[in-house]
Design a protein around this ligand. Structure first.
Ligand code: AGP
Length: 607
């Protein structure tokens, strides 16, 4: 949340910053701003609204050239959405942009007020600018280091000092910053999508290190002034992967990328097309030795992937598995010890609560394994082991391809380690692994249902409430269907274990209320059909989803979506695609901004 970019080099900075902000806009989009040097003076332009509003404002107000500057797109935390609260913030000689939260800002504000320094905005960020300025006596690094001691919370800063044109100072603690040096100059940003145009090689600025960017190079030092040589990373996608590629929205593009993202995530981990193998990932077979408990901790969609993974793991590994909402986890005094395996799941690898859960597990000497999409992200770096999803950049705020890629990793883990533990036979493992590979063409086929689903969604566009119901894996999936729909369509929706409906929620089912009923699991199929009859008896509008062409009494549904037939355990992959398309087209029919839903942002780096 909040997108940051800084550039110093040989190009027109305003263009670099505005382009970078457009790429980073999914991280926050209530206001945007840039600051840049022109004739050794810092110019700041900022506005509420989207980056497009900023582009318009820059076009009319800044016909001046520059080769060094910083830019920010905001997701408001402290202080409402206003021009004044937009970044960059300037105090004295310091102009900065910030991603994160300064938790002790109120105390610092009092302290600054006592010195006669009064910020003009309501943000925590301006206090950081004020504080750094208060320590500034001509040496930027000394001022930053003094401020670090005082600042509590998470932050990534890019800072311009009025006395040092063409130089950008950066610092991070908790919030991400990646940087590269290319022939065009030095670039730093909150994520790789803003850098990829210049280089595929980059590094992650380590926590509590200061980067000094000049046109010629980037130097990194720790807080004791030791020079640090960053480890270079390489992304295996290019600039086109982060563009819409002819689709009207990123979400639709990413839904359609799922056959490819599943192929890239699954196939390199299948040895001789038969058995899962994590040798290349560096995950040892002994990882489960002594483990008597698995905890999966994640947020939102990633947590929902964990719900599906839990079912598969417990069933095959015969080890108790719990799924924890990461933001709750560490406040519950959880039981974690060296016999615990903590699996964190995160697309961004930067989600603050998931990272905090991981750190807690590390403190308790648990073994930690992460399923992460972004290479070199904080969660990946701080885990004992990482299994990367190879989904490529996910730009839409609604997570789609990352979810199915996460599922595939969880399935591979369940299969491989169940075989190692002897809870399944090699023949079973081969069969399951084959079933998982069959998901790739099945997802491809499911995408052909897009037009039918689009038409069904016309019926949902004017609804205000909706239910998803399912049993077992279908219930886990319902949770994901529900968050996807509410996040992009703003329709209130709830996911219910179908058997639980009559214990309270059925009172909300009235004539015409949509119920999306997942009935893909043979074991509970008949029970599920009975539950559908219960809502149908209250005249609900039923959209039924089945695995393969089941013979169903046509009186119990309004629409029937038939998934390509797969083994029951594989149905979450194809059903997920249907639920994503339902959410997507409903949002489109409601005329909403699918990729940037209100109040949300990608990569939630605040707790
Ligand atoms: C997904 O559609 C959501 N926007 C959100 O729930 C997301 O999955 C969650 O914030 C976790 O993000 P992460 O995977 O980057 O950790």
């Amino acid at each position: 949340m909040c997108g940051i970019i800084g550039f110093t080099g040989y190009l027109e900075t305003k263009n670099v910053l505005l382009e970078g902000l457009a790429a980073l806009e999914y991280r926050g989009y209530d206001s945007a701003g840039i600051a840049f040097f022109h004739n050794d003076t810092i110019n700041t332009i900022k506005t509420t609204g989207k980056v497009s509003s900023l582009i318009d404002k820059v076009a009319i107000s800044a016909d001046v050239s520059s080769t060094c500057g910083i830019g920010h797109t905001r997701w408001a935390t402290h202080g409402g959405v206003s021009d004044t609260n937009s970044h960059p913030h300037t105090f004295g000689k310091v102009t900065l942009i910030h991603n994160g939260i300064i938790e002790n800002y109120h105390e610092l504000e009092m302290e600054m007020a006592a010195l006669g320094k009064f910020p003009v905005s309501q943000t925590d960020t301006e206090i950081a600018a004020t504080l750094i300025d208060s320590y500034y006596e001509g040496d930027a690094i000394t001022a930053i280091k003094k401020a670090v001691v005082r600042l509590e919370g998470a932050y990534a800063f890019c800072i311009l000092f009025a006395d040092e044109p063409e130089v950008i100072y950066c610092l991070r603690n908790g919030s991400p910053l990646v940087a590269c040096h290319a022939k065009e100059g030095s670039v730093i940003a909150s994520d790789m999508v803003a850098l990829i145009k210049y280089s595929r090689e980059y590094f992650v600025l380590p926590e509590l290190h200061i980067a000094r960017l000049t046109k010629e190079n980037i130097t990194v030092t720790d807080l004791n002034d030791n020079v640090f040589t960053p480890k270079m990373l390489y992304v295996n996608w290019d600039v086109t992967a982060a563009q819409k590629g002819g689709y009207p929205h990123y979400m639709l593009k990413e839904i359609h990328e799922q056959p490819e993202s599943l192929r890239s995530t699954i196939m390199p981990r299948v040895k001789n097309k038969q058995l899962p193998d994590f040798t290349a990932d560096g995950i040892p077979d002994r990882i489960f030795d002594g483990i008597n408990r698995i905890i999966i901790a994640a947020c939102g969609t990633a947590m929902h992937a964990g719900l599906v993974g839990r079912v598969m793991m417990e069933k095959l590994l015969r080890i108790p598995v719990t799924v924890e909402i990461a933001s709750e986890f560490r406040y519950q005094d959880p039981i974690i010890d060296k016999n615990t395996l903590l699996i964190t799941i995160s697309q961004s690898g930067e989600t603050a609560d998931t990272l905090a859960a991981l750190r807690l597990a590390n403190e308790h000497q648990a073994t930690t394994l992460s399923i992460v999409n972004v290479k070199g992200s904080s969660i990946a770096r701080e885990s004992d082991y990482v299994l990367y999803t190879h989904a490529g950049p996910e730009i839409a705020v609604a997570s789609t391809k990352a979810y199915t890629a996460q599922l595939s990793c969880l399935y591979l883990i369940a299969y491989h380690f169940a075989l190692i533990r002897g809870t399944i036979t090699e023949a079973q493992c081969i069969t399951y692994t084959k079933q998982l590979q069959s998901v790739i063409p099945a997802v491809e086929k499911t995408l052909n249902l897009a037009e039918d689903i689009n038409k069904i969604c016309i019926n949902l566009a004017d609804k205000e409430d909706l239910f998803f119901i399912g049993r077992g894996l279908d219930y886990a999936l319902s949770c994901e269907g529900s968050i996807k729909l509410k996040e992009v369509s703003y329709i209130h929706s709830e996911a219910y274990a179908a058997g639980e409906l009559k214990h309270g929620t059925l009172s909300l089912v009235t004539e015409g209320i949509p119920v999306i009923a997942l009935a893909t699991q043979t074991k509970v199929y008949n029970k599920m059909i009975s539950n559908i009859r219960e809502v149908r008896a209250r005249n609900a509008f039923v959209i039924l989803i089945t695995n393969g062409d089941c013979k169903v009494d046509a009186s119990i549904f309004d629409y029937h979506i038939t998934l390509p037939e797969l083994a029951d355990n594989m149905a979450p992959f194809t059903a997920a695609v249907v639920l994503q398309l339902l959410a997507y087209y409903t949002s489109v029919h409601r005329g909403l901004n699918v990729d940037q839903p209100r109040n949300l942002a990608k990569s939630v780096t605040v707790e």
